[in-house]
Ligand binder design. Structure first.
Ligand SMILES: Cc1cc2nc3c(=O)[nH]c(=O)nc-3n(C[C@H](O)[C@H](O)[C@H](O)COP(=O)(O)OP(=O)(O)OC[C@H]3O[C@@H](n4cnc5c(N)ncnc54)[C@H](O)[C@@H]3O)c2cc1C
Length: 448
């Protein structure tokens, strides 16, 4: 690593207003795509050098897809743009008074700043949960989870103490939203079709997949019909669903619910909530519940040249008193809207307010099983919903290469009833966890 003093951003100054974009998720990617390079210099920052297609992270975590099938390299994506710069750096803070952002490699002045840094997992202040549960927000998270699962099966297969087998094999998913539901379905299929063939000496009746939801139905943002169908399909696959289940604590071995019930598991996946990640330096009054308040042009309220889009933004209007849902579509549509309109805003022309077009929601449960809520109060489940889910996801992947990789992996999985990515490439070792260290010791010493 170079010493910090030797780092520099190396961004040339050109004769155009500079737009700095923070984050290359669905929002950031679209804003850069639609910003005219003849009018602006665009500088994109992200912690990673790729765009992550978050809706398919659970398939990486459950060995259905390889990680690079859902990641698109940013430099090649925008290779043809003039006056475009990408820097793989975390933006550490913003100084709205000086119009600068700060990074490890130095500060950079902006004429316009677009904040599209998304959301982070919300543990509601439970530090133990944050330390011990596995999140699913990024590709490294998904690879950690995949390693953890595969390590546990390996460990169970060489463990002679029958009494702790269920403990090792049980998996607890906290949060019955789309991610929890999709993850539960994928794990149940792994258990049904793949694991017994890989581990013929292991008795998978010991393995229980628990899905916990605090509310009285799964998929709370979707229709009651979708919730009921998801519950029925998951139960058929053998998932144990607990509704109205509020989690009290997790100590690395046991999840305790508020009603006193205890579930033994070394593997807890946290999908129960997200919160915005407001960059340091922005005045707290610009934010509400961790999201930046914007007007209907995506401009942060209180600022003249800072915009926010996607999960980090809360655009309240009569039609959207709570802002837009934290989904890919609002982020993509806001990105496209701002990219197309920033020059008009810069030239003080009047611009129509942003209007979200709700294309509906989909969640998959397993082979041939999904639920769909489409515009016009159209709710259905089963094979048709699953086909729609497949094609929508392939359609929105970033590049032709990603589409082909996902499509061929899915074909393979479908026809062979297999999931070909059950690899422990980088072992997962839970940090600072003396109690369960023995579980991970095996792989840790092997790779020391
Ligand atoms: C597991 C999972 C499953 C999901 N499934 C669905 C689904 O099925 N359908 C759906 O519509 N939505 C789904 N979502 C939600 C959807 O992915 C988000 O709403 C969407 O990604 C938001 O886009 P965004 O651009 O606001 O942020 P993100 O896509 O989260 O992108 C934020 C980007 O900012 C970068 N970043 C963050 N902080 C910094 C910083 N300080 N400096 C530099 N870069 C930074 C990150 O690396 C990231 O690339 C899912 C989300 C998750 C986590």
């Amino acid at each position: 690593m170079l010493p910090v003093q030797q780092l520099a951003l190396n961004i040339p100054k050109v004769n155009k207003p500079r737009v700095v974009v923070v984050g290359s998720g669905f929002g950031g990617l679209n804003v850069v795509k639609y910003l005219p390079d003849s009018r602006f210099q665009v500088v994109l920052f992200d912690k990673h050098n790729y765009h992550t297609f978050q809706p398919l992270l659970y398939q990486v975590a459950t060995a259905g897809l390889q990680a690079d099938a859902i990641a698109g390299p940013l430099r090649s994506q925008f290779r043809k743009k003039k006056d475009f710069e990408f820097r793989m750096l975390k933006v550490q803070s913003v100084n709205p008074a000086l119009h600068t952002i700060s990074t490890l490699a130095g500060d950079l002045e902006y004429d316009y700043l677009v904040i599209a840094n998304g959301a982070k997992s919300n543990y509601f202040g439970d530090q133990k949960m944050e330390q011990l549960a596995l999140p699913l927000k990024s590709i490294p998270d998904a690879l950690d989870l995949r390693s953890q699962l595969m390590q546990l099966f390996e460990w169970a297969s060489i463990n002679k103490d029958e009494s702790i087998k269920d403990h090792i094999l049980n998996i607890v998913l906290i949060g019955g939203g789309p991610t929890g539901v999709e993850m539960a379905g994928a794990l149940a299929e792994l258990k049904k079709y793949v694991l017994p063939k890989d581990y013929p000496r292991l008795d998978f009746s010991h393995m229980c997949i628990y899905l916990l939801e605090g509310m009285d139905r799964l998929l709370p943002p979707m229709s009651p019909q979708a919730s009921a169908r998801a519950k029925k399909d998951l139960e058929k696959l053998g998932v144990e669903i607990k509704l109205g289940a509020m989690v009290q604590s997790y100590d690395g071995e046991t999840v305790t619910l508020k009603n006193g019930e205890q579930l033994k598991s070394f593997t807890v996946v946290w999908t129960a909530g997200v919160t915005g990640d407001v960059l340091p330096g922005l005045p707290p009054e610009w934010a509400e519940k961790g999201r930046l308040l914007t007007d209907e042009n995506c401009r942060v309220k209180g600022s003249s040249n800072i915009f926010a889009i996607g999960d980090i933004a809360i655009m309240k209007s009569e039609a959207t008193p709570k802002g837009h849902p934290g989904l890919a579509q609002p982020a993509m549509q806001m990105g496209k809207y701002l990219g197309k309109n920033l020059y008009a805003l810069h030239s003080n022309q009047s611009v129509k307010p942003f209007k979200y077009f709700d294309k509906g929601s989909l969640a998959t449960i397993g082979r041939g099983k999904a639920v769909a809520d489409l515009p016009g109060k159209l709710h259905f489940g089963g094979l048709l919903a699953w086909w729609i889910w497949l094609f929508v996801h392939i359609g929105f992947l970033i590049s032709f290469r990603n589409k082909m990789l996902v499509f061929t992996n899915w074909l393979w999985n479908f026809f062979t009833f297999d999931k070909g990515n059950r690899l422990i490439i980088r072992p997962y070792i839970r940090k600072n966890d003396v109690k369960t260290e023995k579980v991970f010791e095996l792989n840790a010493t092997e790779h020391a």
